[in-house]
Design a protein around this ligand. Sequence first.
Ligand code: DGL
Length: 279
Amino acid sequence: MSNLQGPILVFDSGVGGLSVVAHLRAVMPGRSLTFLCDNAALPYGTKEDTWLIERIVSVCCAGARASGAGVLVVACNTASTLALDALRAALPIPVVGTVPAIKPAAAMSRNGVIGLLATSGTVRRRYTDRLIARFAAEQRVVRVAADALVRQAEQWLAGSPTDPYVIERSLEPLFADAELDTVVLGCTHFPLLRPFFETLAPRPMQWIDSGAAIARRTVTVAPQGRMITEGSDASFATAPAEPGMIHALKRYEFSAPQGIEPLRSEELQSELLNSEQPQ
Ligand code: DGL
């Protein structure tokens, strides 16, 4: 399974990971990607941690096996802030995570007041506490859980109308703080809605996400690899028949997804044992 020439597997609970795909395609044109979407379990942000770790590992192991991936990019803050260690222990390939861009935001905020817009899972994680303590100890960080925006981004990418009222309500705590000038988009779904955020903002604000940094990191981990020779990139989904997701994947040059089942725990155990054997 450890084959750096294989495709880069980009994983998210939904179509938010496509915001990272756009950056990967910009820095590695023609590089073969495979998208893996656990849309049967969307949203991750409101789910319980222990269940989520097992789910994420079993879906990613199934995806890595089915795609022959050389690298896994976890294009999901909710998954990365919880399950990166478990994924690295389970998979014999490099794993690149996506975590909130607190460090650049702290450097960019003029007033020293930053908003963290993320899922409720990401907002309350210890990983997030540590990021803030390490990189924004001198700043004030306003944490805003905005799970409702995940569905709005899914709808937007599916070509369906969004609800301006839901978007505006979600952003209100950020706009209400007069000193806040920089917002970390700590969920990969949110950069997809950035044009709406900019339009609704009562004053100019800086909106920062991790997509470009993740793409640069992925290049260093997988400097070369398989290129797309013809057609579209492949994709896998746990609920493959969902029309909105098929539409969104097509917009990012992926073919319609093949169905994938999370590995059962017995299969996962034997996968883990095999990955520990010398290659
Ligand atoms: N896209 C995911 C993230 O970056 C979250 C979406 C969800 O709640 O499933 O956090």
